[in-house]
Design a protein around this ligand. Structure first.
Ligand SMILES: Nc1ncnc2c1ncn2[C@@H]1O[C@H](COP(=O)(O)OP(=O)(O)OP(=O)(O)O)[C@@H](O)[C@H]1O
Length: 513
């Protein structure tokens, strides 16, 4: 199949076949064409040339419903639930149980409950409005919605990017059951260890072309990277793919730490589920926050940044007057920058160009003279950023909404790098980012740290935290339960600490305290 947008060809004569009862991984660097191929199969975008067959019969879906009637379901990379409807309504959209045209609310909620139970989503109420759920929970609801429908072919585009380890395991159990029932699955992921764990075959795309299809068992993750990049992985990544660098900063031991004054100090912060959180980040330090989805990590970053109004406590940036920011603009003026978890909702202006998005955060600071924007300056910085982040685009005038997911994330990060902030808050910074770009982002953390910036990272990827952070704190049930130097944590200890707060909460509710 071939796909062109205007005169740009994004998929070129690609052959692909999916067997009954297999999990077929689709790999490729950001912008290689994986989502485009899947969107064509799912009837979400038109095929420019070529064609498809399902069980030998011609198949040419012109919209999503046509694909669904042929037994094709897709779970897309970007969350596609309707934020203003309830969980139950989203789960059963298009097939609301009704009698004589009147929706039966009781049946709706019963069926929705059953769909959620399949993924052990006990904490999600079927009446909750989807917009009130965090990204991880929304992703699980989206998966539950797809699993609740009968299908022959299930496409999963980066389903685990926003999931915790335990949620990923639950999803994999479900996928194994579907495999046993003969469902064919196309699985897109940048997490190669997951691909090794779950996939039967692997197809690699590079620059819109089919590079090859092989049994997953016969391919190492290094070979996958090599096929994706077209170079020997050792050459491209300096042989460091599986090596963790030493802590990035020049921070010494505790004594040295005490002698530095914090670039970010958070004291007794309370905001919604975030309870009495205190910690500090030093100049040149990368501070990670681990924890389960729903532990309050994103809420904490939002409270620090003034996106939600904290009830008590304070935030102090670079020794300035302690305060609680009432609005993100105040936080930005004080020297904070924040790359959000959900770039589509609140990270980017999707209809605007890369140039415009890149200059957004530093518009007044760097791109305007006497209040008048200087487009030439804007363009040169956007171009520089695209080169530095290796953003795959036709030009800096391409609208961000038409970039691949990983490339959108690069613009979301670049937007803040143009601003000379003191502290950078990153919420799931490498979501949807390919292996090569991930390495580039880790280098970037190091560059920011060596420039004396403070970096605060929330990530569900423990490897990421272990690789990039100097210290890691674990958050559980809205509180920071433990903070240690990176070297004294291991993944087991982080997981145990993550569950600690939940256990306390459960035992409290059991004893009625
Ligand atoms: N509507 C569109 N208009 C123009 N170009 C587009 C459009 N949609 C996608 N593209 C381009 O098609 C190419 C392939 O994008 P696609 O989303 O398929 O990549 P991908 O392999 O899924 O990447 P990622 O891993 O980042 O999600 C990208 O270069 C993207 O910019």
């Amino acid at each position: 199949m071939t796909k062109r947008y205007g005169n740009v060809t994004v998929l070129r004569d690609v052959d692909f076949d999916l067997r009954r009862g297999e999990i077929h991984a689709l790999l490729g660097a950001n912008g290689a064409g994986k989502s485009t191929l899947c969107k064509m199969i799912a009837g979400l975008t038109e095929v420019t040339a070529g064609g498809m067959r399902i069980e030998g019969d011609g198949y040419a879906p012109h919209h999503k419903q046509a694909a669904e009637s042929a037994g094709v379901q897709i779970i897309q990379q970007e969350l596609n639930l309707i934020a203003t409807l309830s969980v139950a309504e989203n789960l059963l959209l298009n097939r609301l149980p009704s009698i004589a045209g009147i929706v039966s609310s009781r049946t709706l909620h019963r069926q929705a409950r059953a769909a959620l139970d399949r993924l052990q989503l006990d904490d999600v109420d079927t009446h909750t409005v989807v917009g009130d759920l965090g990204v991880g929970r929304r992703q699980m609801v989206e998966i539950a919605a797809a699993l609740a429908r009968e299908c022959k072919i299930l496409i999963l585009d980066e389903p685990t990017a926003a999931l915790s380890g335990s949620e990923t395991k639950l999803l994999f159990d479900q996928l194994s059951q579907l495999r046993d029932r003969g469902v064919g699955m196309i699985y897109i992921s940048h997490r190669l260890d997951e691909v090794k764990r779950i996939a039967d075959r692997v197809t690699v795309l590079r620059d819109g072309r089919h590079v090859g299809t092989e049994d997953a068992e016969s391919m190492s993750t290094d070979q996958m990277v090599q096929r994706m990049s077209g170079e020997l992985s050792e050459e491209r990544f300096g042989g460091e793919i599986h090596q963790r660098p030493q802590p990035s900063t020049a921070l010494g031991g505790d004594a040295d730490r005490r002698s530095k004054s914090a670039v970010l100090e958070v004291q007794g912060l309370c905001c919604g589920m975030v309870r009495d959180v205190s910690f500090e980040v030093l100049p040149g330090e990368t501070f990670g926050i681990a924890g389960l989805v729903g532990s309050g990590r994103t809420e904490l970053l939002r409270a620090i940044f003034g996106a939600d109004r904290a009830e008590s406590g304070h935030v102090c940036v670079s020794g300035k007057r302690p305060t609680r920011f009432g609005h993100p603009s105040q936080a930005v003026a004080a020297g904070l920058a924040m790359v959000t978890e959900d770039r589509k909702q609140n990270g980017l202006l999707l209809r605007q160009s890369i140039r415009c998005n890149t200059s957004l955060s530093a518009m007044v600071q760097r791109f305007s003279r006497f209040g008048v924007i200087t487009p030439a300056r804007e363009a040169s910085v956007a171009g520089e950023m695209c080169r530095a982040m290796e953003t795959r685009c036709t030009s800096i005038e391409q609208s961000v909404g038409t970039l691949s997911g990983g490339n959108q994330q690069k613009v979301a990060i670049a937007k803040w790098l143009t601003r000379d902030a003191d502290v950078f808050l990153f919420d799931e910074p490498t979501r949807g980012i390919d292996v090569g770009a991930r390495r580039r982002i880790y280098e970037l953390f190091e560059e920011l740290a060596s420039a004396g910036k403070g970096i605060l990272i929330v990530s569900s990827d423990l490897d990421e935290l272990m690789e990039t952070c100097d210290r890691i704190a674990v958050m559980s049930a809205g509180r920071l339960v433990e903070t240690r130097e990176r070297s004294s944590w291991n993944e087991d200890a982080i997981l145990q600490a993550s569950f600690a707060g939940h256990r306390t909460k459960e035992s409290q509710s059991l004893t009625g305290t």
